[in-house]
Every structure is written in C-alpha cells, then in structure tokens.
Design a binder for this molecule. Structure first.
Ligand SMILES: NC(=O)c1ccc[n+]([C@@H]2O[C@H](COP(=O)([O-])OP(=O)(O)OC[C@H]3O[C@@H](n4cnc5c(N)ncnc54)[C@H](O)[C@@H]3O)[C@@H](O)[C@H]2O)c1
Length: 344
C-alpha cells in the first residue's frame, strides 16, 4: 500500500525529511508526495524543483491543498508557532500527522493536540530524531541489560558555541527550547524513568551572542530516585562537546560514559583490596536493531509501521509530551527560582 503525503513547511528542515525519504527505498516505495505547502510560494516551488517532485499540488494554505489532494498523511515541518494550526487542520481532514519537534509551543497547545488526535483517531507523532541514533540505542541496551545494575543517575554536559545568526540569536530560552529537548528526551528514553520535578538555573552568560538563555543548568528528579543533571551552554567557545552531549550513567554496580561520538567506556567494580576496588571493563554491545539508528528516516519508518499496524509509535504525541514538559518545567523553574513538579 502507498500513502499520499502533503508536506507543510518547505524550509531548511524539509530538505532533511525529503532526503531521508528519497534515500530509503522502503520509504520512497511507500510514500508519494502529492502536495507542498508554504506561506512563501517560491520556497515551495524551489523545493519541488530541487527534489524533482512532479505532479504535486503547491499552495500557501494547507486546508486548500488537503482538499485538492485528499492526502493520507501530513508531514508538519513548519516553525513551532504555526504548529498547532497545522496539526489541527490536518487531523480534522482525517490525516495522520508527523510533526517536527517541538510538538507544540506551550503545554496547553500540546494537550489540545492530544485531544484532537484522540478525537480524530489518527496517529500523531513527533520527530525526536536524536533518540534514533546508534549511541543512544547502545546506552539504552546496556542499561536494560542490567550490566551496571539499577541506574541511579545520568549526567549530561553540552558545551558548544555555534554562531547560527537568524532567529535563534533573538529568541527567549534559546538553549532549552531549541536544543535541550533532544538530550532531555534521550535521558528519559535511556533511563526508562518518568520525570517528576526540576530545578533549573538559566542564564545568558557574559560574552553570549544570543539575546536570552544561552545556558541552562537543570537538575531533574526521575521516578525511582534517579537524578538527571544537564549542564549546557550554546555560547561556549573552545574545544566543544558532541551535539549529543557527553554522558555519564551511574548504576549500582558500575558506570557507563559516552563522549557523544565514538567512545564508550563501561565498567563495574574491580577486585583490588583497600580504599578503592579498581574497575573491570565490560563490553557495550551495538544496538540490537540497526534499522532504528538512522535519525529522521527511522522516525518516519516507525510512524508508518504505526499506521499499518495500529501500535503506538515510539515518539507518539501522548508520550513525547513528557519530554516537552521537561523543557517547559525547566523554563518555569528558572523563572520562579524554585523547583517545579512536572505534570504531563
Ligand atoms: N529535528 C531536528 O534536528 C531539527 C533541526 C532543525 C530544525 N528542526 C525543527 O524543524 C522545524 C522547522 O525548522 P526550519 O529550520 O526548517 O525552519 P525554516 O524557517 O527554515 O522553515 C520553516 C518554513 O515553514 C514555513 N511556514 C511557517 N508557517 C507556515 C504555515 N502556517 N503554513 C505553511 N508554511 C509555513 C515558512 O515559510 C518556512 O519556509 C522547527 O520546528 C524546528 O525546531 C528540527
């Protein structure tokens, strides 16, 4: 069976989606792009030309293009402020929806989208592509195996100094809203725990070239007394960490570190006498399912499997809202100067 797709929002990220579809035979065989929508018609025309999309309806209004195409699926790649209107329009047309992160611009909008998806009885999922990578899957596999015991803490460091220009340098809460959700979501996934509360100190450090919130230091309480700490800055010059963060996972028997690139180190207690026991390295096996490590392509494949089988996608809106709650909880905590409970 093939599915017809309208892609809404034809900017920078839309190219990543189309590249993922066109370079993955299972996806390009199953999905037919029948419509492109962007407020800027020229941008949509240029995208169609770049990706050789012929026989597509191009327009500036999603509703009109959906009426013309009778699409099964909407790919939502618009800016966050436009997301609520796009997703509700698509669901009201009986389409399944896959949205870029973040799933909404506020917790109220996110809850409303969950209600709309439940009412429409359609799949509503979110692109949380950075959990579909090899390193994150490897960490989860090791944690699940019990090799380092029950986990008690996850610590992540994220220190990079990108000079993006554009909207990011003007927006509020830039690190928490635009980037930290990837690490927050991965921590939730790797631990398998539920985030319960957060205390966050958010600053715009001296020398920052952003308007607001280029740095955040957050301490989360997860279920089963697991602690997750995040120390991040987007205005940190010098030798940077990985975009995936540098990780340390502490368990009752041992620890796992990942530099966010290629280096994994896992070990349990050694057998030395005296103050310290030393350590004994253990193996960190590769992910059990290689097909789950291709970022956007893997998220889209998971979304299609959900449509075909009816089982919930891994990043379904009603699960992803817990990662969104971590972001908005951290922002709220920083504003109030105290710990806040996470209600999702
Ligand atoms: N997952 C990732 O790694 C990742 C990376 C970058 C961006 N993103 C996300 O992708 C989304 C898009 O980001 P981008 O970098 O492509 O932005 P962009 O500004 O390059 O493109 C967004 C496009 O949406 C269009 N648009 C806005 N409102 C619209 C509406 N109501 N109807 C139709 N089109 C509309 C704009 O005209 C623009 O062309 C954002 O949510 C962003 O957070 C995700």
């Amino acid at each position: 069976m093939t599915y017809s797709v309208v892609l809404c929002g034809c900017g920078a990220m839309a190219k990543g989606w189309l590249r993922a579809v066109q370079s993955t035979p299972d996806l390009s065989d199953t999905l037919r792009i029948v419509g492109l929508v962007d407020l800027n018609d020229n941008v949509a025309q240029a995208l169609a030309a770049e990706f050789d999309l012929v026989d597509v309806v191009i327009g500036t209004d999603l509703q009109t293009v959906l009426e013309a195409t009778k699409a099964d699926i909407v790919f939502d790649v618009v800016i966050p402020a436009a997301r609520h209107a796009v997703v509700t329009t698509a669901l009201a047309h009986g389409c399944h929806v896959l949205s870029e992160k973040p799933m909404a611009n506020s917790m109220e909008e996110a809850s409303d989208l969950l209600r709309a998806a439940a009412k429409a009885q359609k799949i509503h999922s979110v692109v949380q592509n950075r959990r579909f990578i090899s390193g994150v899957r490897r960490m989860r596999r090791l944690v699940e195996s019990g090799a380092i015991g029950d986990i008690t803490a996850i610590h992540c460091d994220f220190f990079i100094g990108p000079h993006f220009g554009g909207f990011r340098e003007k927006m509020d809460n830039v690190l928490l809203l635009d980037m930290a959700i990837h690490t927050f979501d991965a921590a939730r996934y790797v631990s398998g725990k539920t985030p319960l509360s957060v205390y966050c100190l958010e600053t715009n450090p001296s020398g920052s070239w952003y308007a607001h919130g280029a740095s955040a230091n957050a301490v989360f309480r997860f279920s089963d007394d697991v602690v997750f700490t995040y120390r991040g800055s987007w205005c940190a010059e010098g030798e940077r960490t990985s975009w995936e963060s540098a990780w340390r996972i502490v368990g009752t028997k041992g620890m796992l570190t990942w530099d966010g690139e290629d280096v994994f180190k896992a070990s349990v207690a050694g057998h030395e006498d005296g103050l310290l026991r030393g350590f004994a390295p253990i193996e960190v096996p590769a992910p059990s399912r290689e097909e789950e490590t291709h970022g956007h392509a893997s998220v889209i494949a998971d979304f299609l499997t959900a449509i075909r089988t009816g089982r919930p996608p891994e990043t379904a809106g009603d699960d992803n809202i817990r990662s969104l709650a971590m972001v908005f909880g951290a922002i709220e905590s920083a504003r109030l100067g105290r710990s806040v409970e996470l209600a999702a």
